[in-house]
Design a protein around this ligand. Structure first.
Ligand SMILES: N[C@@H](CC(=O)c1ccccc1NC=O)C(=O)O
Length: 210
């Protein structure tokens, strides 16, 4: 059997969330015991908590909601690229030396160590020109280990807009520390959250058969 990498963040108490966003909570509603035959719990979270897929409706007025996106984007061949040296922003110059002529899905590792105990605003972002380059090479999905493609304080959302222009899908908050750069099969469909602007994802990479 080929190796599976789980590239999802654990959803846990104290998981860092975007400043001002809903704190994560997972609490028991019923507790299995003499009085009760089952455990049941409730979940409170933002659609952008942890490893998630952004829907076009997150950043575009007429954009599709997460239950209406093309799931084929989230399943299939994928390349993981090491961008830990890119500094504050991944530019085309960082990608060109390692990017194949043709790609389907691209995951960029930027944090050197992840996840973090606390929110960090100093994540690496993606230049709009880099999104154009990935689209030119055929990418239908971009995934990052940062919480966003664009800087935390930035209402222009230039990378998100280029993604929308090219009809690409977005995964954010991936955990790529333990994954050697290379080619994999990605399996990461978002929850079917009706009308959602994003949704949690259990993201996996499967090693390709040699
Ligand atoms: N655009 C970011 C997320 C984002 O902007 C955000 C996420 C949660 C709560 C508030 C957010 N932005 C508020 O301006 C993303 O790429 O998902």
């Amino acid at each position: 059997m080929s190796r599976l990498y789980d590239i999802s963040q654990p959803l846990r108490a104290d998981i860092p969330v975007w400043p001002g966003d809903t704190p994560f909570a997972h609490e028991p509603t019923w507790v299995l015991g003499e009085q009760c035959p089952v455990n049941v719990s409730r979940l409170v979270l933002s659609t952008h908590t942890g490893t998630h897929a952004d829907a076009p409706s997150h950043y575009a007025v007429e954009g599709r909601t997460i239950d209406a996106v093309d799931l084929a984007c989230y399943i299939g061949l994928c390349v993981v690229l090491d961008m830990t040296h890119a500094g504050p922003r991944v530019e085309p110059g960082h990608l060109l030396p390692v990017l194949s002529e043709s790609v389907e899905r691209v995951l960029l590792r930027t944090w050197s160590r992840f996840p973090h105990e606390e929110w960090r605003s100093d994540f690496t972002t993606i230049a709009a020109e880099s999104i154009d380059l990935l689209a030119e090479r055929g990418a239908r999905l971009i995934g990052v280990d940062a919480p966003s493609l664009d800087p935390e304080v930035d209402s222009a959302l230039l990378a998100h807009r280029r993604v929308h222009h090219h009809g690409m899908a977005i995964l954010e908050g991936l955990v790529l520390d333990a994954v050697p750069p290379g080619h994999y099969e990605l399996i990461a469909p978002p929850l079917k959250l009706a009308g959602g602007d994003a949704a949690p994802v259990r993201a996996l990479l499967r090693e390709l058969e040699q």
